[in-house]
Design a protein around this ligand. Structure first.
Ligand SMILES: Nc1nc2c(ncn2[C@@H]2O[C@H](COP(=O)(O)OP(=O)(O)OP(=O)(O)O)[C@@H](O)[C@H]2O)c(=O)[nH]1
Length: 408
């Protein structure tokens, strides 16, 4: 097998194929001869072209499938059956498979994911087309009280009969190999709860890699029957923007402290927030918490609106006393219901899929370019001449791209 992921298959197929869950009527009519044996594996909207080339998701996956050894088939069947049966151990093992850097296992992960996606679509159809899970992103600076809050919210939700999964995106694990979030014991009670599943961030890889894994883990959690998926990140680097782009509701947690501690909170991320939660609103901290709540309420009025339907709210909670947590969940449900009713939530999910697709293309295409022999041969010389000021970066880029294209 060639380079990582689905790329080898896509190269063999000479084009990209992608899954289209919601074909327009026109596109569907155009593709009428294109229906596959499994209705849930439609491909469009460039389906005419793809059809001519006999390129479908099914072809791609059966290509993997035909190469599966008996052992691999047994592994995938065991994981799939365990996962859709709601077994935590199978979910954990499936996530390990999508986290792997091993090229062959990456392909197996894609086969598994495609099966789980088809299963999830089936569940969504049974659910009247509505999403089977509510995806909530939670971000905030270190020490904001995220894990304490998730513990309390998670316990309350499992008490109400929900199944809750918690996934972490930890940017520190990408750069230092250490972890801001993972080194201490977090959410001890929730981790013992049989209706909860907690997964720390992968301990290696780029943010792009961790994001991909988290996106794929969300699919697996939903397939395993978790109806609330919480994605947590610490407000460092770009990870909070990545999380905001993978959830239905994005929550920013702010501690009741002023000055320097809040300096790190980026304006851009406040714009992304659907809800701002001021934490630790208890004891002596109630007064500063109210002050922060008022400040953020005014600040949010000045910011660009993210949604036509929803006005971001600022609420106060205490994980220590539990005050405000049930009310906050009610606000979260109001958000979900109003966004679903007007269709914005579905649009947001579709847009997120596109953002995800393009970030994967970008990452893979750039890697392919960098690893290309013609580029590797010419790059040192081009870099040298650009840094010496002999040629412009624009011309050097053109030359390298030309070398890349001509040897394709
Ligand atoms: N008074 C009060 N303290 C709290 C509350 N929630 C959390 N804390 C304290 O705040 C500190 C940080 O809480 P965590 O929940 O670990 O915060 P975090 O955002 O997960 O922190 P990182 O794991 O570093 O990202 C701990 O000492 C908690 O005991 C609260 O509701 N009230």
């Amino acid at each position: 097998m060639g380079p990582a992921g689905l790329l080898p298959v896509l190269h063999r197929l000479k084009t990209l194929s992608f899954k289209c869950t919601s074909l327009s009527a026109a596109a569907a009519a155009k593709c009428s001869s294109f229906q596959m044996s499994r209705a849930d594996l439609w491909v469009g909207p460039t389906c005419t072209l793809l059809h001519r080339r006999n390129i479908t998701v099914e072809t791609a996956l059966s290509h993997h499938g035909s190469e599966l050894t008996d052992r691999e088939k047994r592994l995938l069947d065991r994981l799939y059956n365990g996962l859709v049966g709601g077994q935590r151990a199978s979910l954990a093992e499936s996530i390990t498979l999508v986290e792997t850097q091993h090229p062959r296992k990456k392909e197996l992960a894609q086969v598994l994911l495609q099966r789980v996606l088809a299963f999830r679509q089936q569940l969504e159809r049974q659910n009247g087309g509505k999403p089977v899970a509510f995806r909530v992103g939670l971000s905030g600076p270190p020490g904001a009280g995220k894990s304490s809050f998730i513990e309390v919210l998670g316990k309350m939700l499992t008490g109400k009969g929900h199944r809750v999964s918690v996934l972490a995106v930890d940017p520190s694990s990408c750069t230092t190999g250490g972890s801001l979030m993972g080194d201490k014991t977090r959410m001890t009670e929730l981790s013992r709860d049989m209706s909860a599943f907690i997964r720390p961030s992968p301990t290696s890889g780029t943010l792009g890699g961790v994001t991909r894994t988290t996106n794929e883990s969300i699919v697996l959690c939903e397939g395993a029957g978790y109806d609330v998926v919480l994605v947590e990140t610490v407000g460092v680097g770009q990870s909070e923007f990545a999380v905001a782009d993978m959830v239905d509701l994005f929550v920013l947690l702010i501690p009741p402290a002023g000055g320097d501690e809040l300096q790190g909170i980026k304006r851009g991320i406040i714009e992304k927030a659907d809800l701002v939660v001021v934490t630790k609103s208890d004891g002596d901290l109630v007064v500063p918490a109210r002050k922060i709540q008022a400040e953020y309420t005014s600040a949010l009025k000045l910011l660009r609106k993210k949604s036509k339907t929803w006005k971001p709210k600022v609420v106060r909670v205490s994980s220590q006393t539990g005050e405000g947590v049930p009310e906050l969940w009610e606000v979260m449900l109001q958000f979900r219901d109003s966004m679903l009713a007007c269709g914005e939530l579905q649009v947001r999910r579709r847009e997120q899929q596109k953002v995800w697709l393009w970030s994967l293309i970008q990452e893979n295409a750039l890697q392919h370019f960098r690893e290309h022999p013609a580029v590797q041969a010419g790059l040192p010389e081009m870099e040298r001449r650009v840094t010496q000021g002999d040629i412009s970066p624009g011309l050097a880029a053109d030359l390298l791209l030309r070398a890349f294209r001509s040897s394709q």
